[in-house]
Design a protein around this ligand. Structure first.
Ligand SMILES: [Zn+2]
Ligand SMILES: [Zn+2]
Length: 295
């Protein structure tokens, strides 16, 4: 691997359509240094069964590629905070399955939207999440569970660093609990990440709440909606409310060195992110490094 090890590992969310090895192929084509994938349809409960051959091929291709790390994004349907026993069981099974696949493919972690309290009591929903996470971690090995912050719409859990810290606590401070922060969600939930100085303050807050050593992945998306809007509307890099300076600050943050920093899209053409989006990411990382006096 090249000198990128000392930098945030820029990457994209890529599709594994046609089999897991296809995701590596797409990542390489687009110039990714890291990739994020779904290992099953995110809107269906039924898990995809990956053959041993497919998993072995994926690992082999990844090893031979310039891609340094891979993260899995869990399905959207799960709600670990639910009061409904049936939904709880399905969520537990799905999260556990994703963690097992994560261990098989050597993922940095499984990124999960923690869940929602809907109209119910937030504290109790957070407790229920903790139970599900502890069970899922006990029934799987090795792979970390990375809880993602949310934009703060409705009863979604994980809208603040305080809530993320509570989720860590109710999970018994498990060593495999980590976090993934999404810049679009941060802005929407009231965290200003639009400059190097502002980002510095936000990271200091995160460090005080749950410890930056637990931060294992970043989602760097721009935002169509403003600070504190509580709406999750991603925008192509540099074109939204975070803007070029903010995205440059995020992509060049020294504390994200060696970490997958994923642009999830939609890309400039309104669809899955492509080469052009990676080129912009690289330009903005360079610009951020210049602004920080690193080059
Ligand atoms: Zn995200
Ligand atoms: Zn989002």
């Amino acid at each position: 691997m090249s000198d990128t090890a000392a930098l945030p590992l820029l990457g994209l969310h890529v599709s594994p359509a046609g089999g897991l090895p296809k995701a590596v192929e797409r990542g390489v084509e687009r110039g990714c240094e890291s990739i994020q994938i779904f290992t099953q349809s995110p809107r269906r409960w039924a898990p995809t069964n990956h053959s041993d051959e497919s998993i072995a091929q994926f690992r082999e291709d990844l090893e031979a590629s310039p891609i340094a790390s891979v993260v899995i994004h869990a399905l959207y349907l799960s709600n670990a905070g639910t009061e409904d026993p049936e939904l709880r069981e399905k969520s537990l099974t799905a999260i556990t399955h994703s963690l097992r696949v994560g261990a098989q493919i050597g993922a940095v972690g499984v990124v999960l939207h923690p869940g929602s309290a809907k109209d119910g009591h937030v504290g109790e929903a957070l407790e229920r999440c903790g139970d599900v996470f502890r069970e899922a971690l006990a029934e799987s090995e090795d792979c970390p569970l990375l809880l993602e912050d949310t934009a703060g719409a409705g009863g979604t859990l994980g809208r603040s660093f305080e809530q993320l810290q509570t989720l860590l606590e109710v999970s018994g401070g498990h060593e495999r609990i980590g976090f993934c922060l999404d810049s679009c969600h941060l802005l929407a939930s009231g965290y200003d990440v639009r400059s190097i100085e502002a980002l510095d303050g936000v990271l200091a807050e995160a460090d005080a709440a749950f410890g930056l050593d637990r931060l294992r992945c970043m989602h760097v998306n721009d935002s169509q909606t403003p600070l504190g809007s509580n709406r999750d509307r991603h925008a192509p890099l540099g074109t939204g409310e975070i803007g070029e300076d903010g995205i440059a600050a995020l992509l060049s943050e020294p504390r994200f060195a060696g970490m997958p920093v994923i642009f999830e899209g939609p890309g400039l053409d309104g669809k899955e992110p492509q080469v052009a989006d990676m080129e912009i990411a690289r330009e903005l990382r360079d610009r951020g490094r210049r602004a920080r006096g690193l080059v």
